[in-house]
Design a protein around this ligand. Structure first.
Ligand code: MN
Length: 741
């Protein structure tokens, strides 16, 4: 571990004076004075005065070449949070720009640590919104995080893990995606150190072996390339606008870790642990140098990557090739121009560092398009997990394929992209109108995985109103395509979506044996509707219909909720001793079921009343008749609890007819240790009691238990209670409950 170097204000001052960039020195000085005074008496976990932290952050930002306001904001970044200083004070003294930056960083700090996916999407979106408003906020945050990581050893172990985890998962990838390689690598290496100290030590140890030999080797290679380039120049075979620079570098520890431990490569087979870098002035010079290198050393097949033609998603450009020298040792050579080099090292920060240089406003936009895309996708998708996945995919700067249109335009897509993604990348209308796709002139299926170098052609329909297919949502890989498909469905087909969504939900409920009366849907789904910003059930159905909500992911939780709300209640009910036999004669003035024949009634599936149960009726909304519940039904109780007059009016007293002797279908669910003969024993009891079985089924649970569902014809509650008592005595039976029909 590198020791953290303490930065004093004098050192900061020297750096500003020695640098080429112009800074408003007085403004920085007064920001420093203000921060120093505000943090007076505060200390870091290391025991050092607090001010060393803002100074170190400012120092990192100076190295990145950030502007005066960013450096001031860095010095002030913790004062609003940790000291009595206010936004207004900062605004008056240093202007709105600095105050807003400080405010942005303070807000970012309040976003909690990412541990639960549900929360994560929302929180990452908050971070992305902050980034989109002023990317400097994120660059300050990354520098702040870097210094906190450098001094993480002073924090308690559990804080170390949390911070390292958060850094590895969110901040390091963001730095990588913004192309700020210096921050990216150090953040990764530091997180790696805390998350997996053993592997870290192992990699360090591996690098130590033969270190001198390898370094000598790289020095030799550098010399050899340099000499060759000079020779070719003096022979006037090639001319360089400016002397090429040749340097060597070691791959980052985490980079090596990924290759060795994640990709399971032998350390000796990692060819690019050392790389030689040649920096030249123009793109033609890059290719010329590549030719020379391939002439000097033997290139390893399939190891050449042209990131100039197909830049990485974070705008990284270079030529990479792996070659073997006379010594038989492979090594990587990276060739790039000075401009590419600036981008490779500083990414979006190059905009400030080399202001007069290559990075116009448009370049900045390039870095942020993905942020906008994710935020837009979040508008059309309500599926949090999906958003999290998208963000993680987006944050991985590598894994790009480049596919061509028949006209020769190149389209970059993530690995695994399909013709659907390709079509939507070309144009939204091309996507919506797509009929089929050809790859290298052959028709392919729409879930075909495109590969670099292929030519893809999209056939569209001329017919107006042709739209995407719902199934495409599962096939498409990119956030962009999915989001466009969803907005099409969202906009064009609301009625249809509601219907589809409703049916999908009902089917899913059926499959999972969740049986809730329709009038309870709203209550049951309340939390999920809120979470997905749906005000009405129809909104919720519509979201399911257009694919914004993937209900499959809800099912486990819904099942739990269902068991908790409905079945638990049944269980406790069963356990309560009901000593008094239910009398059928003391319920005058009630509506007798027989007498409401005009009005259709059904027995609700949440509590499944049986003759003998105390019952009430609910006039369903939408004219579906009366649904009959038991008085101990959770829904009935919940309604009493809500005490909503409009609702209360809908409940009726009802009673069983006196001669209700018709048996009713009743389902029971038995959970038992799975064993041979279980079903036989249960069936024997039922047969003996002359209880007709309508159907029965059983399935095994993962834990070795079995669930047996039996549908019986039961006359009344007393009969059922008696049967329950007998079944409970069967060997291996754990629970017997009334299920729903
Ligand atoms: Mn800080």
């Amino acid at each position: 571990m590198k020791e953290d170097r303490i930065v004093t204000f004098d050192m900061l001052m020297q750096k500003i004076l020695n640098g080429e960039k112009q800074y408003d020195f007085n403004k920085i000085k007064s920001a420093y004075d203000f921060a120093k005074k505000a943090h007076e008496g505060q200390f870091r976990s290391s025991g050092q005065p607090y001010i060393i932290h803002p100074l170190a952050v400012a120092d990192i930002l100076l190295d990145l070449g950030m502007d005066t306001d960013t450096v001031c904001a860095a010095l002030l970044h913790d004062v609003v949070e940790d000291t009595p200083a206010t936004y207004e004070q900062i605004r008056k003294l240093f202007g709105r720009d600095v105050a807003d930056l400080v405010d942005g960083v303070t807000k970012l700090k309040k976003i909690p640590i990412f541990n639960r996916d549900q929360q994560q999407a929302k929180d990452i979106c908050k971070i992305l919104i902050a980034m989109e408003q002023d990317i400097r906020v994120m660059i300050i945050k990354l520098s702040d995080r870097l210094h906190n990581m450098r001094t993480l050893c002073y924090r308690p172990p559990h804080k170390q893990r949390n911070t390292a985890y958060e850094t590895m998962n969110i901040y390091a990838p963001i730095a990588g995606r913004l192309g700020i390689e210096t921050l990216h690598e150090e953040l990764e290496d530091l997180s790696f150190y805390y998350l997996d100290p053993y592997s870290y030590a192992e990699i360090e140890k591996l690098l130590e072996i033969n270190k001198q030999e390898r370094e000598d080797f790289i020095t030799l290679i550098k010399k050899r390339i340099g000499k060759k380039l000079q020779q070719l120049q003096s022979e006037k075979i090639i001319t360089f606008a400016r002397e090429p620079q040749i340097s060597g570098r070691v791959k980052s520890l985490y980079g090596l870790y990924k290759k060795v431990f994640i990709n399971h490569k032998d350390f000796n087979d990692v060819y690019d642990k050392y790389a030689v870098r040649v920096i030249v002035s123009t793109v033609p010079e890059c290719y010329a140098v590549l030719g020379i290198i391939h002439d000097m050393f033997r290139p390893i097949p399939n190891r050449f990557k042209d990131y100039i033609q197909s830049p990485k998603r974070n705008n990284y450009k270079s030529l990479h090739t792996t070659v073997i020298g006379r010594e038989g040792i492979p090594f990587e050579v990276q060739i790039r121009t000075w401009d590419m080099h600036k981008t490779a090292e500083y990414g979006i920060a190059a905009h400030w560092k080399y202001k007069e240089g290559i990075h116009g406003k448009d370049k900045m936009e390039d870095y942020l398009t993905w942020v906008r895309e994710i935020l837009e996708a979040q508008q059309t998708s309500d599926d949090v997990e999906e958003i999290v996945k998208n963000i993680k995919d987006e944050l991985a700067p590598e894994n790009v394929i480049v596919v061509m249109t028949p006209q020769g335009d190149t389209i970059s897509l993530p690995v695994g992209a399909t013709p659907i993604d390709f079509a939507y990348k070309i144009h939204t209308q091309v996507g919506h109108g797509m009929m089929s796709a050809k790859v290298n002139s052959r028709i392919v299926s729409l879930d075909y995985k495109l590969q670099t170098g292929q030519i893809c052609e999209i056939m569209t329909s001329k017919a107006a109103g042709k739209g995407p297919n719902r199934a495409w949502l599962d096939i498409a890989k990119t956030t962009e395509a999915k989001s466009k498909i969803r907005s099409w469905f969202k906009k064009e087909r609301r009625e249809e979506n509601i219907e589809t969504g409703h049916t999908m939900l009902e089917k899913a409920f059926q499959r999972c044996r969740i049986r809730i009366p329709e009038e309870d849907y709203e209550k049951f789904l309340e939390d999920d509707m809120k979470r997905h910003n749906c005000n009405t059930l129809n909104d919720f159905y519509a979201s399911i219909g257009y694919g914004g909500i993937n209900i499959q992911k809800f099912m486990p939780r819904w099942k739990d909720l269902y068991y908790k709300l409905y079945c638990q209640e049944n269980k406790t009910k069963e356990k309560l001793p009901i000593i008094q036999p239910v009398s059928k004669h003391n319920k005058k003035s009630r509506i007798v079921l027989d007498e409401i024949q005009d009005c259709v009634y059904k027995f609700s599936q949440c509590c499944n009343p049986l003759p003998g149960d105390d019952i009430v009726g609910f006039i369903t909304r939408g004219g579906h008749g009366i649904s009959v519940h038991t008085t101990s039904c959770v829904n009935y109780k919940a309604m009493l609890g809500r005490n909503n007059p409009e609702e209360l009016e809908r409940w009726l007293d009802v009673q069983w007819t006196d001669n209700q002797e018709t048996a009713m279908q009743t389902s029971i669910e038995i959970i038992a240790l799975d064993r041979i003969g279980l079903m036989y024993d249960i069936t024997a009891i039922l047969t003996e009691a002359r209880i007709p079985i309508v159907h029965s089924s059983s399935r095994n649970l993962k834990n070795g238990n079995a669930i047996v569902d039996i549908c019986l014809m039961i006359v009344n509650k007393t009969q059922l209670t008696a049967i329950f008592d007998r079944i409970r005595k069967v060997k291996g039976v754990l629970t017997v409950e009334r299920a729903s029909n």
